[in-house]
Write a protein that binds this ligand. Structure first.
Ligand code: PSU
Ligand code: MN
Length: 303
């Protein structure tokens, strides 16, 4: 038996053909500092509910996959020191009866098992700078080539090698569309300087792309790149300074593996005196609203 618990409200919404959006939990456990993380996790779900969309926050608790958390379960993810789980960690965590927060890769995998088609996050993992030597490339990329989920993100952070990440998405045959833009965002900044081949004009167009993907029987999901408006982005000078310092500190500490991304994210929050955190929250809210609209268009299309 699949060790998956789909929350009753999520199961009901899916059975009725109402919109559902998956949310990841690593952003709560490792991506945002306490106590803002719990407040944010609750607010993210509330944004969806306010728009008539059912949230399905994904995590692993006591050896069970969860799609949709109760309020006390959400608190556990925010306040306990849980592991960061990518797809390869799932069988180990389940076998041992452990708990953990799911990355974009693991959230995509579990959401798909639950039958959820749309997922909102902040930023995707990708190819790290220096990956030619370290081979540090997030499993988010390979999993998105295998799982039929539509993930809304503000691109990838400039802590990564953005050009290489886009090249890998091309090789892996993962469709990337800009949401009302033809430029790939770099999370805190509206424009990474990288052009996109395709842009979509709204949620119905994304739903049409999803339907075409299904008709073709392709394996990959779809990346929807959704930038913050320029007026809301992080000050580029503040951004550049914090990024340089954080990359240098990570290098000095000789970090590797799954510790690299959380370290860089946390260090940048500290170096910008919380400015990056405020922008980070705006990004997540913005992506969640767009994902809600896409899920609503998808539900209307498949009704
Ligand atoms: N990028 C962000 N915020 C995040 C992450 C990435 O801007 O919180 C998290 C996501 O959960 C993502 C994971 O799936 O980090 C990628 O980690 P790694 O690079 O170790 O694959
Ligand atoms: Mn890595």
């Amino acid at each position: 038996m699949l060790p998956l618990d789909v929350a009753p409200e999520v199961a009901d919404a899916l059975a009725d053909g109402r919109p559902v959006v998956a949310l990841e939990s690593t952003i709560i456990s490792h991506g945002l500092p306490r106590p803002d993380n719990l407040a944010a996790a609750r607010e993210f779900e509330q944004i969806l509910r306010g728009g008539g969309v059912t949230p399905a926050t994904v995590a692993v608790l006591d050896g069970r996959l969860k799609a949709g958390l109760t309020p006390p379960e959400l608190e556990r993810i925010a306040n306990e020191d849980v592991a960061k789980l990518s797809v390869r960690d799932l069988p180990i965590a389940l076998g041992r009866g452990d708990s953990g927060a799911t990355t974009v890769a693991a959230t995509s995998f579990v959401a798909n098992l639950a039958g959820v088609r749309v997922f909102a996050t902040g930023g995707l993992g990708g190819v790290h700078r220096g990956a030619g030597e370290t081979f540090d490339e997030s499993a988010d990329l390979t999993v998105l080539s295998e799982v039929p989920i539509t993930v809304v993100s503000a691109g990838v952070k400039s802590i990564l090698d953005i050009g290489a990440t886009l090249e890998r998405l091309e090789t892996l045959s993962v469709p990337v569309v800009g949401y009302r833009t033809a430029r790939f965002p770099s999370f805190w900044l509206t424009d990474s300087g990288h052009d996109l081949d395709w842009s979509v004009d709204g949620p119905e167009e994304v739903a049409a792309v999803m339907a075409a993907r299904d008709a073709l029987g392709q394996s990959a999901g779809i990346v929807v790149a959704n930038p913050l408006p320029v007026a809301e982005q992080l000050d580029p000078a503040v951004h550049d300074r914090a990024l340089d310092d954080a990359l240098r500190l990570a290098d000095e500490q000789g970090l590797s593996g799954k510790d690299v991304t959380p370290f860089l994210l946390q260090t940048i929050v500290e170096l910008t005196g919380g400015e990056s955190l405020a922008v980070n929250l705006d990004i997540a809210r913005n992506n969640i609203r767009v994902a809600g609209a896409i899920a609503t268009a998808w539900a209307a299309r498949t009704a």
